[in-house]
Ligand binder design. Structure first.
Ligand code: GRF
Length: 201
């Protein structure tokens, strides 16, 4: 029996380079049995929206518009449900999710973070690494739970910190590995979802 195609939504707030990496990995079938159902941005001017549209993917702009976190998230969750989304990938989505959102997709929301978690959670992780004299940095893909960058880790990749590194040079080196790691992590999770839903013999 053919495996069912899993539908992925990617949530962005900015340039969307990890989003592009996921779209390309699906197009090249490095991620198998998956399609991008939609790209959702909370920012009107997110450059990633244009990149997603250019790839022929449905884009949605769901701005906060002075609503509470819960009200905003309920519109996002409704859009995901309407589109039968199986997996949600946060890719530079600069919002903390409400517990309603997390509960609606618990175990099926992924995030990528530019540090070796649990070190350097929150904003400006490469800068934190430099300020703390880290010799090794990296990136992490993890499940999203109620904690800040604290959910179960799916995959990590080390990146060396070099003498004379700036936040920009370290971030750029980490980003190259992010683009490799995120598709790998999605494959791991899709494999787990397929196992969980497969019928016993
Ligand atoms: C990445 O560094 C990611 O780890 C972090 O935000 C950045 C998003 O970059 N969460 P992009 O929008 O995917 O280019």
């Amino acid at each position: 029996m053919a495996a069912t195609i899993k539908r992925i939504a990617i949530l962005i707030s900015g340039r969307g380079s990890n989003m592009v990496a996921l779209i390309e990995a699906i197009q090249k079938r490095e991620i198998s049995n998956a399609e991008v159902a939609a790209v959702i941005s909370d920012q009107r001017d997110a450059p990633g929206l244009l990149k997603a549209a250019a790839a022929g993917i449905e884009t949605l702009l769901i701005e906060r518009r002075r609503r509470s976190r819960e009200e905003h998230d309920s519109e996002v969750v409704a859009a995901l449900k309407t589109r039968d989304v199986d997996l949600v990938c946060l890719a530079g989505y600069m919002r903390v999710l409400s517990s309603e959102f997390i509960n609606a997709y618990r175990g099926r929301i992924l995030n990528i973070h530019p540090s070796l978690l649990p070190s350097f959670r929150g904003l400006n992780a490469p800068q934190q690494a430099l300020e703390n004299g880290a010799k090794i940095s990296g990136c992490t893909v993890h499940f999203v739970d109620e904690t800040l960058d604290g959910g179960p880790i799916i995959a990590q990749r080390e990146v060396p910190v070099r003498e004379g590194d700036t936040t920009e040079s370290l971030s750029a080196r980490i980003l190259i590995e992010e683009h490799r790691l995120y598709p790998e992590a999605v494959n791991i999770v899709l494999g787990q979802l397929a196992e969980a839903t497969s019928c016993p013999p």
